[in-house]
Design a protein around this ligand. Structure first.
Ligand SMILES: Nc1ncnc2c1ncn2[C@@H]1O[C@H](COP(=O)(O)OP(=O)(O)OP(=O)(O)O)[C@@H](O)[C@H]1O
Ligand SMILES: [Mg+2]
Length: 285
């Protein structure tokens, strides 16, 4: 079983209370004093220390001895709190293995009412390499900017799915909390990983979905062969945290860039020649 799923199973209600306590107290303290957590959880110092030791061992919280005994949430702590919220709200029943290792996110499968769903945990401005290299640094100075930026990314992506689903072929938006999203699982493989028998059909599908997106006031902003899933039934466009509104100043430029990426890819791989500028004009006509 994947680490996150097994971690989740190992946490008890007191652990979640401790994590919520640390999260709240971090608004006031860089390192949350253990005494504050005692008040927050109402548990004895001995029990609290024992649980905190476990949470430290699992790298769910970070710890300092000086100038006083204090704790911080680490990114896994936020992951677990978001999952816990989804479970409490009934938008998620179980967490499974990891299916995506993106530049700025980790993607897991989950279950909701026996349907498979996808959980995307945003990690804005933080790659795994960076986490490993600069654990302390991130925990300190960049902590809030990471937490904040990841939450904004999740909110923004969720908003796009809400606007577009189901008119445009995007994952069904199910829930959002902190830096995380629950969405429908889409069948298929990324465009870059397949060889299409009927590339013209899929090219048209992509263009028509991008046009509908534009008509609903949205420009993806990072459209490419990596963010399109292909199945025998058609395509799904994923990965929306950087979308912009059609009225924004750089929207046309981004749309042209999106269209150019698709045209370039289909030209290189399938010798299909299309002009992104004509497509842009077609969208605007
Ligand atoms: N709704 C979904 N259904 C099925 N698979 C998904 C879904 N969302 C994401 N995935 C899988 O997870 C991978 C990563 O997801 P996504 O592209 O949204 O994030 P990302 O790659 O971190 O972003 P970036 O492109 O900035 O690196 C995808 O390539 C895909 O394999
Ligand atoms: Mg992606």
């Amino acid at each position: 079983m994947h680490e996150l799923a097994s971690l989740y199973k190992q946490l008890s209600p007191i652990d979640f209370r401790i994590l919520v306590g640390i999260e709240n107290e971090m608004r006031r303290h860089k390192w949350v004093p253990i005494e504050n957590l005692q008040i927050y959880t109402g548990s004895s110092i001995e029990r609290l220390r024992k649980r905190l030791e476990f949470l430290r061992g699992m790298k769910i919280v970070l710890y300092t001895k000086t100038p006083y005994e204090g704790y911080q949430l680490y990114y896994r702590g936020y992951d677990l709190l978001a999952l816990h919220t989804f479970v409490k709200r009934g938008t998620l029943d179980a967490v499974g293995g990891q299916i995506g290792f993106g530049k700025e996110s980790d993607v897991f499968v989950g279950l909701k009412n026996e349907n498979r769903v996808v959980i995307k945990l945003h990690r804005a401005g933080m790659t795994f390499k960076k986490i490993k290299r600069d654990r302390r640094y991130l925990a300190d100075k960049e902590h809030f900017s990471w937490v904040y930026a990841s939450r904004l990314a999740a909110q923004h992506e969720f908003k796009a799915l809400k606007i577009l689903y189901p008119e445009v072929s995007v994952p069904e938006p199910i829930d959002q909390n902190r830096h995380a999203i629950v969405m429908g699982l889409c069948e298929g493989v990324t465009l870059v990983d397949c060889v299409l028998k009927d590339p013209e059909f899929f090219f048209d599908e992509i263009i028509e979905n991008t046009k509908k997106t534009y008509e609903l006031g949205v420009v993806h902003g990072d459209l490419s062969e990596y963010n399109i899933l292909v199945s025998p039934d058609g395509i799904t466009i994923i990965d929306w945290p950087q979308w912009v509104g059609r009225e924004e100043i750089n929207a046309d430029e981004l749309l042209l860039h999106d269209l150019s990426m698709i045209c370039k890819y289909f030209k290189k791989k399938y010798s299909i020649k299309k002009d992104p500028v004509s497509l842009l004009n077609y969208f605007k006509s």
